[in-house]
Design a protein around this ligand. Structure first.
Ligand code: LRH
Ligand code: MN
Ligand code: MN
Length: 388
């Protein structure tokens, strides 16, 4: 099989998971801008996510965030998703938007607050049971703002205790995805600030705990592909939260700030043979579209991941290895750059055409008139927002 044919086969099987919250209104702490046609309910967020899948054929999964996507009947929500041709993916816990969590959630000095936070995490496991989801994603805003504010080590003990309880509640096929973030909202210490901390907790917990790499959660200049390569080697890479950043946790469209970085990450994934769903790695987007239309932005993001993956799949692996083992520095770099500089858009257009899709998903979505229809249908009621 040629490199191109193999690439086409793998790209055809690739699955990207969409965040329900990308479809609601969002903004910064300065202003949340309202857009027209924004979903009002979790069901409508799923409807919009299903549009992204309908036009890309590569995004059949939607992550939920609880309580933003709280409903009475999660099994019914899963049926709603299936009716739209998608399924529910990771259940994201939210232990960061309650007054009680001012000093932390599972690491709070107050045992009552810790109990409340852990109970929420356990509720997320139950929701995952109802939706048939494999993954429960945990991100902790916990940390401190001032030296001396709390014991760094004791907070790790409290975190471990909560994680143990959640881990014990998992079904055999379920996993904890433990996400890390350098800073924000805490400014001095963060209790899970980096991949090493997440990895250490996951290692201690066992094989059902794996690390989630959010590409926006590192110090500037961090070599994310090194982290990816290391975690892959240790079988501890569980998921990505893809997005782009110029400064901090900007949550811009993946591939917008630095398309070369996402290519370098996907090169590690391809080398490990981990591109398709059987690898157990969740390729999720975690983005907010504050000023651009949301469904097209998600379509663009899926296309950006596909393009980075396609380029990584076109790397001539034999030539690369030959150059590497012979110490040909420039040759090895040239093999990689040749793939990166290939225009893969015709290949992706052909894959879409072969799959019965329009070769230009953005244009096709725009032509479909969906946005006008939902703008009319959703003109009454309260649009969902980041945090609602
Ligand atoms: C934290 C984070 C985490 C949350 C999401 C809304 O910055 O990346 O994944 O669940 O944003
Ligand atoms: Mn994230
Ligand atoms: Mn984030």
């Amino acid at each position: 099989m040629t490199n191109r044919a193999r690439a086409a086969e793998i790209l055809g099987a690739q699955e990207i998971e969409l965040p329900s919250w990308a479809f609601g209104n969002s903004g910064t702490r300065f202003k949340v801008f309202s857009q027209s046609g924004v979903p009002r309910t979790p069901e409508e967020k799923i409807d919009d996510a299903a549009q992204v899948h309908a036009f890309t054929g590569a995004a059949p999964i939607v992550s939920l965030h609880i309580p933003w996507d709280k409903v009475d009947d999660y099994e019914k929500l899963a049926v709603h998703a299936a009716d739209r041709g998608v399924r529910i993916g990771a259940i994201n816990a939210n232990v960061f938007q309650d007054d009680d969590y001012m000093l932390g959630s599972v690491t709070s000095p107050d045992p009552k607050v810790r109990r409340k936070a852990t109970d929420h995490l356990l509720e997320c496991v139950e929701i995952a049971n109802a939706t048939g989801s494999r993954d429960v994603k945990l991100w902790f805003a916990d940390g401190t703002n001032y030296p001396g504010q709390d014991s760094i080590r004791t907070r790790q003990d409290r975190l471990a205790e909560a994680l143990d309880e959640v881990y014990a509640a998992l079904r055999p096929d379920q996993r904890i995805l433990l996400e890390y973030k350098l800073f924000e909202p805490s400014f001095y210490t963060t209790d899970v600030p980096d991949w090493g901390t997440s990895y250490a907790h996951c290692l201690r917990l066992g094989e059902k705990a794996v690390v989630c790499v959010d590409t926006g959660h590192h110090a500037p200049g961090t070599n994310i592909e090194f982290i990816v390569a290391f975690l892959l080697r240790e079988n501890k890479l569980g998921a990505f939260d893809f997005n782009s950043r110029f400064y901090a946790d900007d949550d811009l469209m993946v591939g917008a700030a630095d398309p070369f970085q996402i290519f370098r990450i996907m090169h590690e994934i391809v080398q490990a043979g981990a591109t398709t769903p059987d690898s157990g790695i969740n390729f999720m987007l975690d983005q907010c579209h504050n000023i651009e239309p949301k469904i097209p932005a998600q379509i663009r993001s899926v296309m950006n991941v596909q393009e980075a993956t396609a380029k990584a799949l076109l790397v001539d692996a034999d030539a690369l290895t030959a150059a590497q083992v012979s110490g040909d520095v420039l040759g090895a770099n040239a093999v990689l750059m040749d793939a990166y500089n290939t225009d893969v858009r015709p290949l992706l257009a052909e894959i879409r055409r072969n799959g019965g899709l329009d070769p230009d998903p953005l244009e096709a979505f725009s032509r479909s008139g969906y946005l006008d229809r939902v703008t009319e249908a959703r003109k009454d009621g309260v649009p969902a927002g980041w945090g609602a």
